[in-house]
Design a protein around this ligand. Structure first.
Ligand SMILES: [Zn+2]
Length: 656
C-alpha cells in the first residue's frame, strides 16, 4: 500500500497544478482534463489493489489497507522520485495554455459572428479591437422551402454599417459559397481591402464581374501562406494551408495585443491530399507551443467518430465504376470540388474517354483551376457538348452539375429530356459523387426517378464520396495542436456546436473556458477571461437570383401567407351618412374555401360587414384607410375563429 500512496503523491501535483486551479481553485471539479487524470489514478490504484480483492481502493488506503499481507517494500530512489515530480511540472507547463499567455496584458479582442451559428452556411465573423476591425469571410446561405421565390440569403449588414469606419479588411479563408457568396452584395454597398489566397480571389473576381462591379477587384491583396501580414495597426494575420473539399483553403492565425486567435475555417485533415499539399500542422503546432488565446473550430462533422477519409480514397471506387461502364459515363459532383473532378477526369482518360464539361459553375470552376495552374490537363482531352452525338458512347465522360437535383442544373434537365445536347440512354451510367445536403433529399430522389425511368443505371456508392469536414479525431488533433486557453466551436447548427464542445472538454479545455456563441453575440476575450458583452443585430436579407436584387421581408411574409392560407378580397360600397351597405359586398377568395362553398362564405362575410357597420366607431367612415384596417382586423378574427387560418385579407371600401 505504500506504493499506492506514492503513486497518489507523485501524480497529485500534476492533477492540482493543472489548467483550472492556476486560475480559480474553487472551480476545480468539472473539467474533463482533471477527471481524466483522476480516472487514470483510480485505475492505477485499482490495479494495485487487485491483490487485495478490494473494490474500494480509497477506503482501503485510508484505513491503511494491505493488512492481509506483508511484503518487503522496494527502497525508493529519492532522486528518481524527484525527477517524476520535475517531469510532472514540465507536463503542467506544456499542457497549460494559461502559462503561455501574457497575463499582465490589459488588451482584449471582441469576436462577433454575424452568421454561421445555429445554421449551416452564411459564415461571417467580426474581429474587433478598440479602434479597428476585420471581417472573416462573407458568405451566403440557402433559404428554407417556405421562403417562396427567394434564391439565396445574405447576412444582415446592419452591424457592419455601424462599424464601417473601423473595418480595415475582409479576410477570406476559402472559396465556398457559404464563405464568399455574399461578397458582391457587401461590396455594392461598401468596399474594403480583401486579403485571401489566389483561388478565393479569382472566384470573388468572377462574382464581381457578374454583378457588374469589376472595379472592386482593385481591393484584391493576394497572400502567401506562412507569411504574416500586418493589417491596420492592430492585426497580424497568417494564412496556414488547410485541406478541405475545395483547393487553396486556409486556417488563420490572428494576432492582436491580446494574443493569438486561431480560426480554422472549414477543414479536414487529409494526410494524402490529391495535390500533395497537406494541412500545415507545423504552423498550428508552432502557435500552440507559443500560446493561443482562443480557437474557433469547424463543428460541421462533430458527431462523426471515424476520421474523415482522404480525398484520394475515392480513386479506387472511381476506377471500379469507370472500368465496368459500357456506355457513356455522366459524373456529377459539387462543382467546387476540383480534386474530385480532377480524379474523375483522370479515370475518364485512363479508360480512353474524352471529357465534356457541362453546367455553368462546373465549366467556370474547371476553367479557373486550369487558368491558375491548380490542375493541368491537355486541352485535347476536352470536347464540346455538340460533339457528343458524333462519338461512340464508350468514348465519352460527361462531367456535370446537378448532384443535389437542382431543377435548373444540367443533370436535372437531362433527366427530364430537356437538355439540348444530352438525352439519357439506357446504356448511360450516372455517377453521383456527393452526399445529399440536408433538405435536398427530395429533389435528388425526384431526379433519380426521372433518370431511372429513362433507363439509366445509377451509381452512388458510399466510397465514391468523402466529406470535406473534420470528424471527432481530427477535431481533437486540432485542439491538441493549437492548445487554446479558450474554445469557441463554430460553423454548424446548435447541436453540432454542442457536440464539439464535448470534444473540447475531452481534450482538456475546462467547460467554463468554452462558449457556445449565437449569431450576434459579441464575445470579449482577454488572457484572463472570456465573456459575452453584448448582442448586435443579425438576420438575413432575401435575394432573388434572377436579378440579384433584394426581396423585402414583407413580400416573403405575404407569399408565405398566400401559400399556406390563401387570400380574401372584399369590395364594398357604403353609405357614409347612415353606416350602411349600399349593395352586397363582392367577396373573392383563392386558396381558402372550395368553390362550392364560395356563396356561403360570401354571405358570411356580408354578415360580418353588416355587424361591423352597426358597431362602427364614430368618425371612422371619413378615414377610408383606417376603416379598411379595422375591417381587416374583424375579418381576420372571424376567419381565424372559424377556420384557424390567417389568409391575406384585402378589403376595398368605397364610401359615398
Ligand atoms: Zn467550405
Amino acid at each position: 500500500m505504500e506504493n499506492n500512496g506514492n503513486v497518489q503523491e507523485t501524480v497529485k501535483p500534476d492533477v492540482d497544478g493543472n489548467v483550472q486551479e492556476a486560475e480559480k481553485p474553487s472551480e476545480n471539479k468539472k473539467p474533463q482534463h482533471n477527471n481524466q487524470n483522476r480516472n487514470n489514478n483510480n485505475q492505477n490504484r485499482n490495479n494495485n489493489n487487485k491483490n487485495n480483492n478490494s473494490s474500494k481502493p480509497n477506503q482501503n488506503r485510508n484505513k491503511g489497507g494491505g493488512r492481509g499481507r506483508r511484503r518487503q517494500s522496494t527502497p525508493v530512489d529519492e532522486n528518481l522520485k524527484k525527477f517524476v515530480a520535475i517531469n510532472a511540472e514540465a507536463h503542467k507547463q506544456r499542457l497549460n495554455p494559461h502559462y503561455k499567455l501574457d497575463l499582465n496584458s490589459k488588451a482584449k479582442i471582441r469576436i462577433t459572428p454575424l452568421g454561421g451559428l445555429g445554421e449551416i452556411g452564411g459564415n461571417i465573423t467580426v474581429f474587433e479591437t478598440e479602434n479597428e476591425a476585420i471581417l472573416i469571410d462573407v458568405g451566403m446561405s440557402f433559404p428554407d422551402e417556405d421562403m417562396h421565390g427567394v434564391d439565396i440569403l445574405v447576412p444582415d449588414f446592419t452591424y457592419i454599417r455601424e462599424i464601417k469606419d473601423k473595418i480595415k479588411a475582409v479576410i477570406i479563408t476559402h472559396s465556398h459559397e457559404d464563405h464568399i457568396g455574399a461578397m458582391p452584395y457587401l461590396f455594392k454597398e461598401m468596399q474594403f481591402p480583401i486579403y485571401a489566397s489566389p483561388l478565393p480571389l479569382a472566384m470573388i473576381g468572377n462574382k464581381f464581374d457578374e454583378h457588374h462591379i469589376k472595379e472592386a477587384r482593385r481591393h484584391f491583396n493576394p497572400v502567401v501562406k506562412r507569411k504574416i501580414y500586418e493589417i491596420g495597426n492592430d492585426f497580424k494575420v497568417e494564412w496556414m494551408h488547410m485541406t478541405h473539399s475545395i483547393i487553396d483553403s486556409s486556417s488563420l492565425a490572428i494576432t492582436t495585443d491580446a494574443g493569438t486567435v486561431i480560426h480554422t475555417g472549414d477543414f479536414k485533415i487529409d494526410h494524402s491530399p490529391v495535390d500533395g499539399y497537406t494541412a500545415d500542422l507545423h504552423r498550428l503546432a508552432y502557435y500552440g507551443e507559443k500560446g493561443v488565446l482562443a480557437l474557433l473550430s469547424d463543428s460541421t462533422n462533430s458527431y462523426n467518430p471515424l476520421p474523415t477519409p482522404s480525398e484520394l480514397t475515392v480513386a479506387p471506387a472511381m476506377d471500379r465504376v469507370f472500368a465496368k461502364a459500357e456506355g457513356r459515363v455522366i459524373m456529377s459532383t459539387f462543382s467546387s470540388n476540383i480534386h474530385r473532378v480532377q480524379q474523375a477526369i483522370q479515370y475518364g482518360v485512363k479508360y480512353g474517354r474524352k471529357i465534356c464539361v457541362i453546367g455553368r459553375s462546373m465549366e467556370r470552376n474547371i476553367e479557373i483551376a486550369m487558368q491558375y495552374d491548380y490542375v493541368k490537363f491537355p486541352k485535347s482531352i476536352f470536347i464540346e457538348p455538340d460533339q457528343i452525338a458524333h462519338m461512340s458512347d464508350k468514348d465519352v465522360l460527361i462531367v456535370t452539375t446537378g448532384s443535389q437535383g437542382e431543377p435548373s442544373s444540367a443533370l436535372f434537365r437531362m433527366s427530364i429530356g430537356e437538355h439540348r445536347h444530352v438525352k439519357i440512354k439506357p446504356t448511360d451510367l450516372i455517377v453521383l459523387s456527393s452526399r445529399a445536403i440536408p433538405g435536398n433529399e427530395g429533389s435528388i430522389s425526384g431526379m433519380l426517378n426521372h433518370l431511372q425511368r429513362a433507363g439509366a443505371t445509377i451509381s452512388r456508392e458510399k466510397d465514391i464520396h468523402v466529406s470535406g469536414h473534420a470528424s471527432i479525431p481530427e477535431q481533437k488533433l486540432m485542439i491538441r495542436l493549437v492548445n487554446p486557453k479558450f474554445f469557441l466551436p463554430v460553423h454548424g447548427e446548435y447541436n453540432h456546436v454542442m457536440a464539439h464542445k464535448e470534444t473540447g472538454m475531452m481534450c482538456g479545455v475546462p467547460e467554463r473556458n468554452i462558449h457556445i456563441m449565437n449569431d450576434g453575440d459579441t464575445i470579449e476575450v482577454a488572457p484572463k477571461y472570456m465573456r459575452k458583452v453584448k448582442s448586435v443585430r443579425t438576420g438575413k436579407t432575401y435575394i432573388d437570383n434572377q436579378n440579384n436584387h433584394k426581396i423585402d421581408d414583407d413580400i416573403v411574409i405575404d407569399r408565405q401567407k398566400l401559400a399556406s392560407d390563401g387570400i380574401v378580397m372584399i369590395v364594398a360600397q357604403i353609405d357614409g351618412q347612415h353606416s350602411k351597405m349600399l349593395s352586397k359586398p363582392v367577396v373573392t377568395t383563392f386558396g381558402l374555401v372550395a368553390d362550392k362553398q364560395d356563396k356561403y362564405f360570401a354571405k358570411e362575410m356580408e354578415d360580418v360587414l353588416e355587424h361591423f357597420l352597426i358597431n362602427i366607431k364614430e368618425g371612422l367612415v371619413e378615414n377610408t384607410r383606417a376603416l379598411e384596417n379595422d375591417l381587416r382586423q374583424v375579418v381576420r378574427k372571424h376567419i381565424y375563429r372559424k377556420m384557424k387560418k390567417y389568409p391575406l385579407i384585402v378589403p376595398t371600401v368605397f364610401v359615398q
